[in-house]
Design a binder for this molecule. Structure first.
Ligand code: BGC
Length: 387
């Protein structure tokens, strides 16, 4: 068998089709297209009359539901070790709660993921003031970030991959940030059921950009309780300690000998109650790790999250240098989630691939400046399997 024919059959088998029923390579190629094309349904209407849709994308055993409001990952369904599918992402079952109460569930975060000290930065001699929405800091793009605005959504299918392209131009001065920023975010599902996010942005004035996704994962299933029994391996020898406002001190501290050492697979709850000043500041884990691989042109290994109960395993590869691991510390029993269960502290965790928080004010961190003529491009790949 030729290599190309083997590749076609492998892709076809991965797409869940019986290779034995295929005659020629041409037939195989045609059949390797996803069996499902993205579809949309009405989800709700915003106060200004904008209709919001929920899009469904499925491929290779993974099913994703995305809102046209905030680019929100509404549901993410994967199979457990027995092949049973469950939604592993926290959310709400209605638009009103997403608008009024969401702690960024599943949101597309921009223009700047995580905190900027004093909501202020200086670029090329001009100081920009952003809205303060988290004590003395500007968090996740300000009071009305990318997770709280409507996006244009276009479905696509390309070869064996299918997904959604979200676009929006953030106007000059929106939330205090300079430049008209043209943003394009692709949510792709591959034939193997991998979920890939490609971020792209261009600007007409120098600005800062740090886009990420804020999905809250619970691999046992949304609404099933705590993630403290999940295990995590994180390929990072250093992290960025914070002050009491959760702004990095600027130090790239070694994780060795601290609760932040996940270089070898560790149960998430193992050290979370250790009397450690950093854990007190975050009310648990709410920190950025400097991934050992640094910035890369193509996605490289960052972490493995695993749930012994369901057998679900998620790996993340990314081009980004940082990872904000947030252990759901501020979930306080006041929100009712998608399946009608109350969310409590530690019921999910976020794994936000990004540049480091407060980079615009920290000259020793990798730069988040984007200038006219440059294209911001980052990619994060989530792969799902079971053990
Ligand atoms: C931040 C947390 C914050 C959470 C959502 C995380 O990315 O680091 O401090 O509470 O997002 O609200």
């Amino acid at each position: 068998m030729s290599t190309s024919r083997r590749t076609v059959l492998a892709a076809t088998a991965a797409a869940g089709l019986a290779a034995t029923t295929l005659g020629t390579a041409t037939q195989a190629q045609a059949s390797s297209r996803p069996s499902h094309t993205p579809s949309k349904e009405y989800f709700g209407t915003l106060d200004d009359g904008t209709k919001v849709y929920v899009w469904t994308v499925a491929n290779g055993g993974t099913r994703l539901q995305v809102l046209s409001y905030g680019g929100i990952i509404h549901r993410l369904e994967t199979a457990d070790r027995h092949g049973r599918r469950a939604n592993v992402a926290l959310g709400f079952d209605n638009l009103a709660d997403y608008v009024a109460k969401s702690p960024y569930f599943g949101g597309l975060i921009g223009r700047y993921g995580n905190r900027i000290a004093g909501g202020k930065f200086t670029l090329d001699g001009t100081t920009y003031q952003l809205p303060l929405n988290d004590t003395t800091t500007s968090l996740h793009g300000g009071t009305k970030g990318f997770d709280k605005v409507p996006w244009n959504v276009a479905p696509y299918t390309k070869g064996s991959e299918t997904g959604l392209v979200l676009t929006r131009t953030s106007p000059d001065g929106e939330m205090g940030y300079p430049g008209n920023l043209k943003v394009k975010v692709t949510y792709a599902l591959t034939a193997r059921g991998e979920w890939r996010i490609d971020y792209e942005a261009t600007t007409d004035k120098a600005t800062v950009v740090n886009l990420t996704n804020h999905t809250y994962y619970n691999l046992s299933g949304e609404g099933t309780g705590s993630i403290y029994d999940h295990t995590l391996e994180l390929a990072a020898s250093r992290y960025t300690p914070v002050n009491s406002a959760l702004i990095p001190t600027g130090e790239l501290a070694k994780v060795a000998g601290t609760p932040f050492d996940f270089r070898r697979t560790k149960v998430i709850g193992a050290d979370i109650r250790k009397a450690n000043q950093q854990l007190l500041y975050g009310k648990g884990i709410d920190h950025n790790w400097a991934l050992d691989k640094g910035i890369t042109q193509t996605p490289e290994y960052a972490l493995t999250l695993s749930d012994p109960a369901s057998g679900r395993v998620m790996k993340i590869h990314t081009t980004e240098p940082g990872l904000q691991f947030y252990s759901g510390n501020f979930l306080d029993g006041t929100l009712v989630g998608t399946s009608g269960h109350i969310y409590r502290q530690g019921d999910a965790l976020c794994l936000e691939t990004q540049h480091f928080p407060d980079s615009p004010n920290q000259s020793n961190f990798p730069s988040t400046v984007l200038r006219p003529g440059q294209t911001y491009r980052t990619t994060t790949l989530h792969t799902f399997s079971t053990r």
